[in-house]
Design a binder for this molecule. Structure first.
Ligand SMILES: Nc1ncnc2c1ncn2[C@@H]1O[C@H](COP(=O)(O)OP(=O)(O)O)[C@@H](O)[C@H]1O
Ligand SMILES: [Mg+2]
Length: 165
């Protein structure tokens, strides 16, 4: 699957993910360059999510992972193997350099917390030393960026007040 390209932004080599007897990902190799979009297509259960979670370092502890996932860091261009980072190192990469948008938007947000607060929380978790006010400003800017009208006013709305799309 895909070609292996040395120096790619993300260079995955022979990735394997196993859940007990289930081999969810069986030796995937691919490269993704900067600015490139890659679509993965496969039937349900073919291991797409397992692969995405492996890249993010978010697989459950029951999963066994093998292979290499070389990631070229934004700062300095040093290459690191995502599979060999400590949880703290992954936390530094996640959200700032690599992010994931989960499926099912209607269940991904906490229904009893305002939408704006949940976006702001994300900014607080991933950008160091943000004040509450700065996080709120960033959240509103992000909402504007995806064309939510009157973002500042809608900051306090709960998720069900937004359309699923
Ligand atoms: N947490 C898990 N524990 C055990 N098996 C899992 C787990 N997550 C996924 N699997 C199994 O791994 C395989 C790949 O699943 P998944 O990556 O979710 O496929 P896809 O996203 O392509 O639909 C399936 O057989 C699925 O049942
Ligand atoms: Mg999936």
């Amino acid at each position: 699957m895909g070609d292996v390209r040395k120096g790619a932004l993300l260079d995955i080599r022979d990735l394997r993910v196993r859940f007990g007897a289930v081999e969810a990902v069986r030796g995937v190799s691919l490269g993704v360059d900067e600015g490139e979009v890659l679509g993965l297509v496969g039937e349900s259960g073919s291991g797409k999510s397992a692969m995405a979670l492996a890249i993010m370092g978010l697989l459950p502890p029951t999963a066994e992972v093998a292979g290499k996932m070389l990631w070229r860091r934004a700062a300095g261009g040093t290459e690191v193997d995502l599979l060999r980072q400590t949880p703290e190192q992954m936390r530094q990469i996640r959200g700032r350099e690599i992010a994931i948008i989960f499926q099912e938007p209607m269940t991904a947000l906490n229904p009893v917390m305002t939408e704006g607060r949940q976006v702001a929380e994300c900014a607080e978790a991933h950008a160091m030393r943000l004040t509450g006010r700065e996080a709120k400003r960033k959240a509103i800017a992000a909402m504007e960026e995806v064309s939510i009208p009157n973002a500042a006013e809608r900051y306090g709305d709960n998720p069900h007040q937004f359309s699923g799309g």
